[in-house]
Design a protein around this ligand. Structure first.
Ligand code: NAD
Length: 361
């Protein structure tokens, strides 16, 4: 079995996550992903910060003094770009032109024009180029996708996907528009992408607004309403000044409702069992009475657990190597990455216009 060597450019938070995943393993909630691939190892890295070069040495990596030195090393088969977003384009192109296969962190580029240049270079050089849209492996997302695809709640008419935090924009490059900061590029790229991956229909309308609550420099949150051609409305929202989070997912189908509270997939389904039976006990408030909004009783609804799903993020690199060996196609196709990039452009356009816009892609 051929052994592949991976070198990381930009060994910050996410670069190190890749190092851990590939060489050591990673943890989330109470789960552990054991590290070590039979045929892949992170062997080296380059970072402009001296402290990260030292960190690399402490973890047994070879360090390079420049990207050129790294790209000139014939023992490096794959290069991961995990620098701030504005550097992705030039580094991806350099690495492909140096004959390396390239993985790039999300958002792959600042706009669709840059992405097209990268794709053209990968075609010209014949090297594999993939984008780390890792949240396609999130189990909360895959649970809702399962409910949607298998019609577990009948047809869905509304899906709400939210990521809420309270810490504003981190005070690093993410607050700098020139470096590709802002929450649309940071989180929108994940959860807009999930919406497009889940619903195969065309998007007929995009309406978006951006927030600038904690800073005026970049969007620190956004609200997007996507209307799909089948009528499904998909809400995608990010907030960074939310001290109480709304659920990660809230999903309405003709036969029930599902909720997932957080990334740990805590949640439930409530299914309607009997439409005909009237179990409504009117609710009295100080100012009146309502039968319409009366909660249901166990006579007509049933609570269920969420369907089980399994995902293994290591499949990202397994697939990448299989593509290099000509055995598979990319799981994260470049066409799908381009579509998400164009959707983010539509989000900015709609927010600027303050009106819904059509989405042709
Ligand atoms: P970070 O600031 O922690 O790390 C970036 C590293 O790149 C730093 O160590 C910095 O010194 C280095 N760097 C900056 N400019 C460089 C250059 N020109 N050449 C070489 N090194 C350079 O940021 P991060 O959170 O690790 O984000 C890095 C990338 O990963 C971004 O594109 C971000 O969007 C992405 N990211 C992805 C996920 C995900 O889940 N897929 C999560 C977090 C970050």
């Amino acid at each position: 079995m051929k052994q592949y060597s991976l070198a990381i450019i930009g060994l910050g938070g996410m670069g190190n996550w890749h190092r851990e995943l590939v060489n050591e393993g990673t943890r989330f909630h109470n789960k552990v992903i054991l590290g070590g691939f039979d045929n892949l190892k992170v062997t080296g890295s380059f970072d402009i910060r001296e402290c990260r070069q030292e960190f690399a040495l402490q973890h047994g990596l070879k360090t390079y003094s420049s990207i050129e030195e790294l790209l000139a090393d014939p023992s490096v088969d794959i290069v991961l770009i995990s620098t701030p977003n504005d550097v992705h384009r030039s580094y991806v192109i350099k690495a492909l032109e140096a004959g390396k296969n390239v993985v790039c962190e999300k958002p792959v580029a600042l706009n669709s024009g840059e992405l097209q240049e990268m794709i053209d270079t990968s075609i010209k050089t014949g090297k594999v180029f993939a984008v780390h849209q890792n949240r396609r492996w999130d189990e909360d997302y895959l649970t809702i996708k399962n409910i949607y695809e298998n019609k577990l709640l009948g047809d869905l008419f509304r899906i709400e996907s939210r990521v809420h935090g309270s810490r504003g924009i981190p005070g690093d490059w993410r607050a700098d528009p020139k470096q590709g900061g802002g929450m649309v590029l940071d989180w929108g790229v994940h959860i807009l992408d999930q919406a497009l991956q889940m619903v195969p229909e065309k998007v007929s309308k995009v309406y978006a607004s951006l927030t600038y609550i904690t800073t005026e420099l970049v969007d620190d949150g956004f609200f997007v309403e996507l209307t799909f051609e089948n009528g499904l409305v998909f809400i995608v929202e990010v907030g960074t000044r939310n001290y109480i989070n709304l659920p990660r997912w809230y999903v309405l189908g003709f036969e029930g409702t599902a909720v997932i509270e957080d990334f740990s997939r805590k949640g439930k389904i409530v299914r309607i069992m009997d439409y005909s039976k009237n179990d409504a006990i009117p609710i009295r408030t100080a100012a009146g009475l309502t039968k319409t909004m009366a909660p249901r009783t166990s006579e007509t609804i049933k609570e269920e657990t969420l369907p089980d799903v399994k995902a293994d993020i290591k499949d990202f690199y397994r697939n990448f190597i299989n593509v290099m060996e000509g055995k598979e196609k990319l799981l994260v196709s470049l066409d799908s990455v381009m579509r998400t990039m164009k959707l983010m452009e539509a989000v900015f356009k709609s927010a600027q216009k303050g009106a819904p816009i059509a989405f042709e892609h």
